[in-house]
Write a protein that binds this ligand. Sequence first.
Ligand SMILES: C[S@@+](CC[C@H](N)C(=O)[O-])C[C@H]1O[C@@H](n2cnc3c(N)ncnc32)[C@H](O)[C@@H]1O
Length: 273
Amino acid sequence: MHGETADDGFRELTEKITRESEFRCTSYKDKCVRRRIAVRMRARGTETYEQYSGLLDADHGEYEWLLDALTVNVTKFFRNPTTYAAIAKHVIPDLWRRGASIDVWSAGSASGEEAYSLAALFYEHARGLEQLGHLGRVSVVGSDIDRASLDAAHRATYLPASFTDTTPELLERLFPPLDDRRTVIRPIRAMTRFEHRDLLRDPPPSEAFYLVACLNVVIYLDRDSQEGLLDALFDSLRPGGYLVMGHVETLFGRARRHLVPVDARERIYRKTS
Ligand SMILES: C[S@@+](CC[C@H](N)C(=O)[O-])C[C@H]1O[C@@H](n2cnc3c(N)ncnc32)[C@H](O)[C@@H]1O
């Protein structure tokens, strides 16, 4: 009851946001989008979706705030350490052994912590084998739709909150202090680059990745978009390449049929063909 009119207003608003911004709002789960829009409505003192829609017309600057709210950018280095431990154990040594160049994609990399963490795993592996001179084979690309997050990724300076899942040993070795922040050591930055890319509209950066990590992104999408994205991630992998999704995500569709679990709990899969 309250539902019907409120829903009509919601649908119109999300269609308008999708039309007028670069964010395909209608492809995300309603529940998540409602929650994020409510944050902006409260901040701007508007009570209905219609009022908020009028405000977007009157004040285009609000789109920037809205996109910031809609793209949930929460992240940190080695977020969910068990996932990174599993990648370090099952994926990195196998890829390192192959001898060829190793392309890695962090899809939805937010402010860069995930991409740098993956590069750090290769760095640590090479260091253990005294093969740091071979790190040039590894190239990590992080991509995100949120430009402010990509700027932060390029700056590569982070507040202490980004390191709460980082061991003291890695913190000291890989992330030297810089004023009240920490940065990322040069060899890891040299392996890593960032690109603006909409996972729902743009093609993957390559179709030859050995490792694709897409963590805490798929969960926000509606079912059709989830399936479309999983197909795209799958297609971006080389045979024998790995997909890492972390333990909150679920794999289904075509990708599920052609990927074998390497670590079922951490949702790490290997492409068979
Ligand atoms: C919760 S963060 C996850 C960051 C990181 N993967 C992690 O697990 O720590 C979700 C990220 O996905 C990005 N994102 C959401 N929709 C996207 C899309 N259509 N294309 C590219 N990035 C998107 C957001 O901007 C945000 O930075």
